[in-house]
Design a protein. Structure first.
Length: 212
């Protein structure tokens, strides 16, 4: 039932946004992305036990899902961040995505990167109920980006990997530069910002921005 309702809401939002498009401008809904972890099979089993499988809680775009399970993150300071959501499905390499504020709390410097680009990124420790994983690299601050379907990208006049700017039309009147377009058939059109960026611009999930 929840998935059906979600699909209907997304369809309605898409229809509303389509009516709002102006010549030379394209309106995009925003999804605020909180800190999360992508795990390899090996690391999941280290954290949760041999043969463990993630429990799907909520479907996300591109075949991903939010899992019921969570972990704790530990940086260079004693303070840890608890209850960090795991996203599935499993990946070849474990990756941790945090905000700049999280990095300060953990006492570390995480680079701003696109998802998957973890070479020479920050080290971090992941703590699960059964075991602990120490990563020499793998922690990043996700670069702001817009997921788009090929059809929507064509309509908006943008292409995969293109860098654009977007305008937030609210009382903060923010412009975000250096926004990467990511195009794939499995994507639903949506801009992803981390919690720091969203709070600074007074944005919540469901707000909209306009590609300039």
């Amino acid at each position: 039932m929840e998935n059906k309702i979600t699909r209907l809401v997304k369809k309605l939002v898409a229809e509303i946004l389509k009516k709002k498009q102006d010549i030379g401008r394209y309106v995009v809904p925003v999804g605020v992305s909180a800190r999360h972890v992508h795990l390899s099979k090996e690391d999941l089993e280290t954290l949760y036990g041999k043969g463990y499988e993630l429990t799907k809680k909520k479907e996300l775009m591109g075949g991903q899902f939010a899992a019921e399970e969570g972990v704790a993150l530990l940086g260079l300071k004693i303070r840890a961040i608890d209850n960090v959501r795991i996203l599935g499905p499993l990946r070849k390499q474990t990756q941790v995505e945090i905000s700049a504020t999280d990095a300060i709390k953990l006492g570390m410097r995480a680079p701003i990167r696109e998802s998957g680009d973890i070479k020479d990124s920050a080290p971090i420790t992941i703590i699960g109920p059964v075991g602990t994983v120490h990563l020499l690299e793998g922690c990043i601050i996700a670069k702001r980006h817009i997921h788009m379907s090929p059809t929507d990208a064509k309509t908006a006049g943008v292409r995969d990997k293109e860098i654009v700017s977007v305008h937030v039309d609210n009382e903060r009147g923010t412009i975000f530069n250096q926004v990467t377009i990511r195009v794939h058939e499995s994507y639903t059109t949506e801009m992803h910002l981390d919690t720091d960026e969203a709070n600074a611009a007074n944005i919540i999930t469901g707000s909209t921005v306009t590609i300039l």
